[in-house]
Design a protein around this ligand. Structure first.
Ligand code: TXA
Ligand code: MG
Length: 339
């Protein structure tokens, strides 16, 4: 058991966190997307501690974070031409690219796969920490496996208290949903495995050939080959039974009037959605970006208030909205009422 310390973002704190990491420990780290659980990507024992702290299945690979493009070459065996274009346009930022891994990346880090996801975050503190370490940092989201990703140091502390020695508190994450994950198909194709702040439409500026993987919007059957292991695990689920109501505001209000009971909480965009409805509600934002930023805090908040049954308004399914919808679908166990 650790007495988990909350660190600041000053130079001494970053140096202290880097020292812990170089000694093979695990540290909570802010990024622009969500908080990560960081360890030396080359250190198998350290990476095992990440899996243990999260309760994460060993076959779910970790993203490797770099602070400078020059680090990329040693980590992957081949850099697809489109990856260079994507890096130029979207790095530093919330984009993870899956590429064939070099032998420097241990199998523990890549969850037994021969590929690795690489991302160069734009968050100043994450960059400073990686630079101070001098080695790339493996980091999944810093939640317990299955829970919503953490967007504040307090969320990380709630999940990781006693399990890790330190968390750097860099304030609330600006984006709020995890990075966009892509792989490459041939020389001119991009497959979107996990939508994020870098949207499918953004990727189409690189190539028109952007394929949205089936797993983004559908629950994959037991026997379907999964291209990204994270897709097959239960995710983001609050204790409440969440149903997405895919409809106009008017139809949402009608549905709620006839289906809500004493156990119902509404998850809506703004207070106005609930005008005249005498039912507890929680707002998650008026537009795609706000919803991305608030979603995980709201899902955690549903547990805090002991919500049992939730009717949620449906986010947009394009732009950044697709990332919100993808996470909410999982939180709802794919329960959608389309009106
Ligand atoms: O924004 C983010 O990406 C955050 C911050 C901390 O950087 N990290 C994050 O990591 O969300 P994690 O482990 O929670 O999610 C990574 C996802 C998982 O669904 C995993 O299966 C997938 O990316 N993934 C990682 N490496 C992969 C690979 N080589 N092939 C296919 N999918 C991969
Ligand atoms: Mg995660």
């Amino acid at each position: 058991m650790f007495d988990t310390k909350i660190l600041g973002t000053d130079e001494d704190s970053i140096a202290y966190a880097a020292k812990l990491l170089s000694q093979g420990e695990v540290v909570g780290m802010p990024t622009e997307t969500v908080y990560g659980l960081a360890a030396n990507a080359f250190d198998e024992a350290a990476v095992r501690k990440i899996f243990a702290a999260k309760g994460r299945p060993a076959d779910n690979p970790l993203i490797v974070h770099i602070s400078d493009i020059s680090q990329l070459e040693g980590l992957v065996d081949k850099i697809p031409p489109l990856a260079v274009k994507c890096a130029e346009k979207f790095w530093a930022g919330p984009l993870t690219m899956i590429m064939p891994k070099s032998e420097k990346i241990p199998m523990v880090t890549s969850g037994g796969l021969d590929t690795v996801g690489i991302r160069m975050p734009s968050h100043k503190v994450a960059r400073a920490l990686i630079s101070a370490c001098g080695f790339p940092i493996a980091a999944p989201s810093a939640n317990l496996s299955g829970s919503p990703s953490p967007t504040t140091a307090q969320h990380v502390l709630n999940d990781m208290h006693g399990r890790i020695p330190a968390i750097i508190d860099g304030g609330a994450c600006g984006v709020g949903v995890e990075s966009t994950v892509i792989s490459f198909e041939g020389d001119d194709g991009i497959r979107l495995l996990r939508p994020g702040f870098i949207s499918a439409e953004d990727l189409m500026e690189i190539t028109p050939n952007v394929l949205i993987d089936k797993g983004v919007l559908e629950k994959l059957g037991e026997n379907v080959k999964v291209r990204s292991p994270g897709m097959k695990y239960k995710h983001y689920a609050p204790k409440a039974d969440v149903t997405i109501i895919d409809s106009s505001l008017e139809a949402f209000r009608e549905y709620v009037k006839t289906h809500a009971d004493n156990d119902t909480t509404l998850m809506v965009f703004t207070d106005n959605d609930c005008d005249g409805l005498d039912i507890p509600h929680i707002c998650y934002g008026a537009n795609d970006e706000e919803q991305a930023k608030e979603l995980f805090d709201v899902l955690r908040g549903l547990d805090d208030i002991g919500a049992k049954k939730v009717f949620a308004r449906c986010p947009n399914k394009d732009g950044v909205g697709l990332a919100v919808y993808n996470r909410l679908l999982r939180a709802a166990g794919f329960q959608v009422v389309k009106l």
